[in-house]
Design a protein around this ligand. Structure first.
Ligand SMILES: [Zn+2]
Length: 109
């Protein structure tokens, strides 16, 4: 049985959570080209080792969490709340998590 320690709810069975996918930094919509968007949306690393994943605690606090998990052993190294960050903010020395959630209408190719 796998348990995840939610920072808000405590230790819970993994059945309360939904796996969302590998965590990637969202490209800056002002500068990203179609190749960068295609890579962000569709390509995954799928490593046999440590990876950052996004999980939703759907039967608990309904928060998105970043889980650092070993994909072979299912060992979990850290769990924290997810904060939306785009590439340009992640590189900035004064990054302010949360600003990237403005949505916006993208151009369709
Ligand atoms: Zn929770």
């Amino acid at each position: 049985m796998i348990e995840l320690h939610c920072p808000n709810c405590g230790r819970r069975n993994v059945s309360e959570f939904r796996y969302v996918g590998e965590r990637h930094i969202r490209p800056d919509p002002d500068v990203a080209d179609p190749t960068t968007w295609r890579s962000y949306l569709y390509l995954r690393d799928n490593p046999a080792g440590w990876t950052d994943e996004t999980w939703l605690h759907r039967a608990g606090c309904r928060r998105y969490l970043v889980v650092e998990r070993h994909t072979v052993s299912n060992e979990i190294r850290s769990i924290r709340e997810a904060m939306p960050v785009v590439a340009s903010e992640a590189d900035a020395p004064h990054a302010q998590p949360g600003r990237a959630q403005s949505g916006g209408s993208g151009e369709s190719a």
